[in-house]
Design a protein. Structure first.
Lengths: 501, 316
């Protein structure tokens, strides 16, 4: 569906200059969550709702084109040192925050320094741990000095997330605790009013630095927590586009001629990690047996009417890492039973799941698969924050995790699988794997990197320290009159360049 | 009368202390606290400890509670750690939505429950009475969210008569405001009328057997006059009590209804605060709700006196 829409959009853009798009109008975006605010120090991370809002009110240094390659936005150009540890970005001149103060290298540095300051206790600092230092030698030059190489940094800073929203230093300092709900960025839209729990009203930024944008006069963002009511609000034309992950709604929308479904399968996957330091998961045979007992097709059928795409590696369809053979263990319960017989002891354990209908359902399906090979699994239901705490304390036997959609696998793969990394949940250590991870993240040549990452996936699949269930797929449902919806990179609904027909 | 009111108001103090203390303890027992929620992926044990210390969470629980109580008494309910909103203004901003929702819901429940209760009492045991009893039990077991979705489907998606979600402030557009409350209030009120009908019916059946009603009939008063003037008032004691206690249930229902219809009320504020371990907001909402509940039931107690002078004068 998305591919067709994208192809058509591409043709339109080629055929007609931007001026042909209609100006004006109001678009209403229905989101799931209530946005707590935009100050990184207060909110730590942006959820899907805040990220979609940030795409309207803030600009990123770069943007991703249809192929996922970085293109200039706030940054005009960039260069890196040979070891990919120093990146220099040249900024667009003449850009102003919507409060009239200039956007410059000092402002970029201010934002990063503020997020990284240990005294500020920002959970966002986690995502910036690779930055050793930021320099602003002149108005329009920002230098990132990194601890570890980052080959694809320009693509990574394109995602609309908490660490890529540049706030007006003047506004941050002037408003203090009130800044959180009165954000000031450089984006195409500015915050006009905010009724907590009901709506954010954004109006076009009259001084926006890209004169052809925005095309809409107004965007209204509404938190609609109930999936059914959110979908009904779209059917009743109260919203023009909604975030959705309810497969019944998506199927219904696909059959409805008055609605358009945007679908994007990104990189990454929903995954689970074994704690290889505790029995029975210190034995590879047990881990392999459990993985071989999972019938992902059947599971997808049960959860999503077959929509979720089984994952064989941690990269996914949206990644540029494409492998011929990743050595994924096949679904083979007979072989799984053999492995367990070989192991010789009865296997029973607890799996951590989130105490949500979806978390429970996934857990119960695993329970059934593993029961068939004689394994007893109990669910340890905890809330989302507890999943994270338990995982970091290695207080689990098997825990769910996620590899998020990202323009480059280096950071997450290194953190998840390199010996000694705090996020190496499985506590697995393998010199060969370490060497491949180090090589892959410091190499520029794409073909070599793909070879490395495929080998990495093969090792992890064979060792079965983590397993992947489904790829990350994101959805938005819209009225056809809303055009110019960007590709749903990292689950962000970006309508900053949209128009109404 | 004043002494009566004063005594009842004094009850408020221990009730509020007990309620806030309980919330405090429950919040402390929840797995994962605000420090962990705030730090998320950064939640290493050392950082959690540092942040807990900064926020005063490592103080003894009793001391934390007294500290909160002291500030609250001085009118300072604090700021939300997560959003930076002042707790009091966050609550005051959302309170009107929930109050309006509960008022309409209770009115709808009374408008359905009272006439039906009277009719059932009059035709006690008749076909209508038995039918209504069946419907009432059926309704009591129908979950509110199901009704909500059906209403949205019929009135918003199909007929396009009423908004499916959202809220229009009263001072912006009165008609729009009322329209935005119709479906939520009907959903919430529909769960309430069966209870009201049942209690009014049984009280009324008892009243109708009193001698003075037989007397009124003998005097040749019109039946509707006997029912509405002479029988209804003394039969409504339980009804008034249930209506008052119902406020508590309505607040619970409001959480659900506000979520489905995306109304920016207290219920959703509370849910969000619980999920985010936003303790300041949680405590503030609980305090407000508890005060409201106690005050409503105080009004109910006063109404008893109005309805039945024997209570007012302390005789039975």
């Amino acid at each position: 569906m998305w591919r067709t829409a994208a192809a058509v959009l591409g043709l339109v853009l080629l055929a007609a200059p931007a001026a042909a798009q209609k100006q004006g109008g109001t678009a209403t975006l229905g989101l799931e969550l209530d946005i707590p605010g935009f100050d990184p120090l207060k909110v730590g991370v942006y959820d899907t709702a805040a990220r979609s809002a940030a795409a309207l009110m803030f600009d990123t240094l770069t943007r991703l084109d249809e192929e996922g390659a970085p293109q200039p936005k706030l940054a005009q150009s960039w260069t890196s040192s040979e070891d990919f540890k120093v990146w220099t970005f040249k900024l667009q001149s003449g850009v102003k925050f919507s409060d009239g103060t200039p956007f410059n290298a000092q402002a970029v540095k201010f934002n990063y320094d503020r997020m990284r300051d240990p005294n500020n206790h920002c959970s966002c600092a986690f995502y910036l741990s690779n930055i050793a230092q930021i320099e602003a030698p002149d108005e329009l030059t920002v230098i990132f000095r990194l601890r570890d190489p980052s080959v694809n940094m320009p693509a990574l800073v394109a995602a609309s997330v908490v660490t890529t929203a540049y706030h007006s230093p003047a506004a941050v300092e002037r408003l203090g605790a009130d800044y959180n709900r009165n954000p000031v960025g450089t984006g195409a839209f500015v915050l006009k009013s905010w009724v907590a729990g009901d709506r954010l009203v954004l109006e076009r930024n009259p001084n926006y630095w890209r004169p052809e944008y925005p095309r809409l006069d107004k965007v209204i963002l509404r938190p609609l927590p109930d999936a059914q009511a959110r979908f009904a609000s779209l059917e009743a034309s109260e919203t023009d586009i909604i975030w959705d992950d309810n497969f019944d709604n998506i199927e219904k929308a696909e059959k409805d001629k008055s609605l358009v479904v945007y679908e994007y399968t990104g990189s990454g996957a929903a995954v689970a990690a074994f704690n290889t330091k505790v029995a029975p998961f210190d034995d590879r045979r047990v881990r392999q047996a459990l993985v071989m007992a999972i019938d992902r097709k059947k599971m997808s059928q049960a959860i999503s009417n077959g929509r979720l795409r089984p994952a064989q590696d941690p990269y996914g369809a949206g990644s540029w890492v494409k492998c011929q053979d990743v050595g994924a263990l096949p679904y083979d319960p007979a072989k799984a039973k053999e492995l367990l017989e070989d192991y010789g002891k009865p296997v029973s354990f607890k799996m951590v799941v989130t105490a949500t209908p979806r978390g429970r359902m996934g857990g119960q399906i695993f329970q059934q698969f593993w029961k068939q090979i004689g394994v007893e699994m109990q669910l340890d239901q905890v809330d989302q924050t507890t999943v994270v705490t338990k995982a970091f304390k290695h207080d689990f036997e098997l825990t769910p995790w996620r590899i998020i959609d990202s323009a480059d696998p280096a950071a997450q793969m290194y953190a998840n699988f390199h010996t000694g990394s705090p996020v190496n949940l499985a506590q697995y250590s393998n010199p060969e794997l370490d060497q491949l991870l180090e090589h892959a993240r410091a190499t520029a040549d794409k073909t070599t990197r793909i070879k490395d990452y495929c080998e990495i996936a093969r090792i992890i699949n064979h060792e079965a320290v983590w397993f992947w269930t489904f790829q990350n797929t994101y959805y938005a449902i819209a009225k056809p009159k809303l055009k110019g919806v960007a590709k749903l990179y990292s689950d962000v609904i970006d309508i900053s360049e949209s128009w109404l027909e | 009368m004043l002494g009566f009111a004063g005594r009842r108001l004094l009850y408020l103090v221990p009730v509020l202390i007990a309620v806030t203390l309980l919330t405090f303890l429950i919040a402390a027992l929840l797995p994962g606290d605000l420090a962990i929620a705030l730090l998320a992926d950064e939640a290493t044990p050392e950082k959690v400890a540092a942040l807990r210390h900064e926020m005063g969470f490592d103080e003894p629980l009793a001391w934390q509670y007294l500290h909160w109580l002291g500030s609250a008494l001085a009118g300072d309910f604090g700021r939300s750690f997560r959003t930076g909103e002042m707790v009091l203004s966050a609550i005051l901003q959302r309170l009107p939505v929930t109050l309006e929702l509960m008022l309409f819901a209770q009115l709808i429940a009374l408008a359905i429950g009272v006439p039906l209760g009277i009719l059932c009492a009059v035709r006690n045991g008749g076909a209508f009475d038995r039918l209504m009893t069946a419907i009432a039990f059926g309704k009591l077991s129908l979950p509110a969210y199901m009704l909500a979705i059906v209403l949205i489907y019929v009135f918003s998606v199909r007929l396009k008569l009423l908004p499916a979600t959202g809220y229009v402030p009263l001072n912006e557009d009165i008609v729009g405001n009322l329209r935005s409350f119709v479906l939520p209030a009907v959903t919430l009120g529909f769960g309430e009328w069966p209870v009201l009908m049942r209690v009014l019916r049984s009280d009324m059946i008892a009243t109708l057997q009193e001698d003075y009603i037989a007397m009124a009939r003998a005097k040749g008063l019109r039946p509707w006059r006997i029912l509405l003037v002479h029988a209804l008032k003394p039969s409504s004691l339980t009804l008034v009590t249930v209506t008052g206690i119902g406020i508590g249930r309505l607040i619970g229902g409001a959480v659900l209804v506000e979520t489905i219809f995306a109304l920016p009320g207290i219920g959703r504020l509370l849910i969000g605060a619980i999920n985010a371990r936003d303790f300041a907001i949680m405590q503030g909402v609980v305090l407000f709700v508890a005060t409201g509940f106690v005050l409503v039931n105080f009004v109910v107690d006063v109404l008893y006196g109005v309805l039945d002078p024997r209570i007012r004068h302390g005789r039975s």
